[in-house]
Design a protein around this ligand. Structure first.
Ligand code: GLN
Length: 436
């Protein structure tokens, strides 16, 4: 199989390989890609959705612009679940990216194409986006480093919103050294995103000396993941890192709270796709507004997007709002305070990144939506609370990668970068080779 078949780049497959050759010229220092929900000139930005087919942004997202300013060449856009709705990248209107370790299996999602690109291309930096785990999950399935900064650390300007209070732009790459180099480059206050933050400034120093392992995050793991994670804890201890076992009772509400908040925000964000302003335009202008909008949205939103519009609209409705949306906001605060209690004494919370090995596509097809949502129980907590987290390759089972996730307190990215570097220095990462 060739590179493009793995990645299913969402726009102009051929450009990826062509552009790689250009990097060799003196004009560019490195190559990078952007997830398809990050706007850029030169490429369409479709966020994996048919409804945005043909949308060519006339501007760069801030993160993309900053990578270009560093001397990077944008080689393409990477495939993803439609608007970020998914865990396996199978919800794209533009094909499904394949796992570099086994093409019968998923890359994870929703930044699946980004993780595959980071894995398959040496020296590549992939910009990804996480709302509820979409950087960590695919990083884990593709055996790369996936770094999600604190909410607000990187500007969201030019990002096609999923959930505005949850979305974060981050980095996927083969090595933690790229995070050390490029996180400062893309971070910082941006007047075009009022939620981007200048304070506290990014501090790339810091060290993880003690980690916490909540019991809630070591249950419901597949035997392979459980074994690998226990070995990882032993390895951390051997590296002189203290491991403390504890409990975070509020985590049992994390998935419910996340899916209520994320879909509530998503359902309002998707309102703008009505077939008139962006992308696909149907020509039935003689119809009433309702008919016109309903026709476009019925035809061009995928099944998962529709499910989320329904769920999110319901959770915000008068009569249900207090029971669901407001309650979910309270749960979010509860989990933040539980994390903060732990961070008063420990540097990071560690767990596996995903509870199972990269799934085969036939297994995914047999999963019910709720089962897929549940699979995010390890990656959702740091995302719900806006805390920085990193997934690093933890080990391998029968040639398939397993991820280790570390979460730090807000604004403490430096500790996680050190943790990822330390882990990497004491591990051997494997990257499959494919022809370009
Ligand atoms: N799997 C989660 C969801 O479907 C997270 C996806 C994301 O971070 N974009 O919402």
């Amino acid at each position: 199989m060739k590179l493009a078949e793995y990645l299913t780049i969402a726009d102009r497959h051929e450009v990826f390989a062509e552009r790689l050759a250009e990097v060799a010229t003196d004009d560019y220092r490195f190559h990078f890609s952007a997830k398809d929900n990050l706007c850029s000139t030169e490429f369409q930005a479709r966020a994996g959705s048919k409804i945005l087919d043909g949308y060519r942004p006339p501007f760069d997202a801030t993160a993309v612009k900053k990578m270009r300013d560093e001397g990077g060449l944008l080689i393409g856009k990477t495939n993803m679940d439609e608007f970020g709705f998914g865990t396996f990248s199978v919800n794209s209107a533009y094909g499904v990216p394949k796992n570099p370790f086994d093409p019968e299996r998923s890359c994870g999602g929703s930044s699946g194409g980004a993780a595959a690109a980071a894995c398959l291309l040496p020296g590549h930096v992939a910009l990804g986006v996480s709302t509820g785990g979409s950087i960590a999950c695919p990083a884990s399935f593709c055996g790369v480093v996936g770094f999600t900064p604190t909410y607000g650390r990187v500007s969201r300007y030019g990002l096609i919103d999923y959930g505005n209070s949850l979305d974060k732009v981050g980095i996927l790459s083969r090595t933690a050294a790229d995070v050390r180099q490029f996180l400062p480059a893309i971070s910082g206050k941006d007047e075009r995103d009022p939620t981007s933050c200048a304070q506290p400034a990014l501090d790339m120093s810091g060290k993880v000396a003690e980690v916490a392992v909540p019991a809630e995050l070591t249950q419901n793991l597949s035997p392979e993941v459980e074994k690998c994670f226990n070995e990882a804890l032993q390895k951390l201890a051997d590296l002189g890192i203290k491991v403390r076992r504890l409990s975070m009772p509020s985590l049992k509400y994390a998935i419910s709270a996340y899916y209520i908040l994320a879909t509530s925000e998503a359902s309002t964000n998707l309102a703008r796709y009505c077939g008139m302003r962006f992308g696909v335009r149907n020509e039935d202008f003689d119809k009433s507004f309702n008919e016109f909008f309903a026709k476009t949205r019925s035809a061009d939103f995928g099944e998962e997007a529709k499910r989320r519009v329904l769920l999110g609209t319901f959770s915000r409705m008068v009569g249900f709002r207090n029971k669901y949306y407001m309650k979910a906001l309270q749960v979010r605060q509860l989990i933040i305070s539980e994390y903060n209690k732990i961070f008063a004494e420990c540097d990071a919370v560690v767990s596996p990144t995903m509870p199972f090995l990269p799934k085969r596509f036939d297994e995914i097809a047999a999963m019910a939506p709720l089962e897929i949502y549940q699979a995010d129980f390890l990656t959702v907590p740091p995302n719900l609370t806006g805390m920085p987290h990193v997934s690093v390759p933890c080990g391998y089972h029968q040639g398939l990668p397993i991820g280790l996730q570390a979460v730090a307190a807000q604004w403490q990215e430096g500790k996680l970068v050190e943790f990822a570097e330390n882990w990497e220095a004491n591990s051997e990462y494997i990257f499959p080779e494919v022809s370009l």
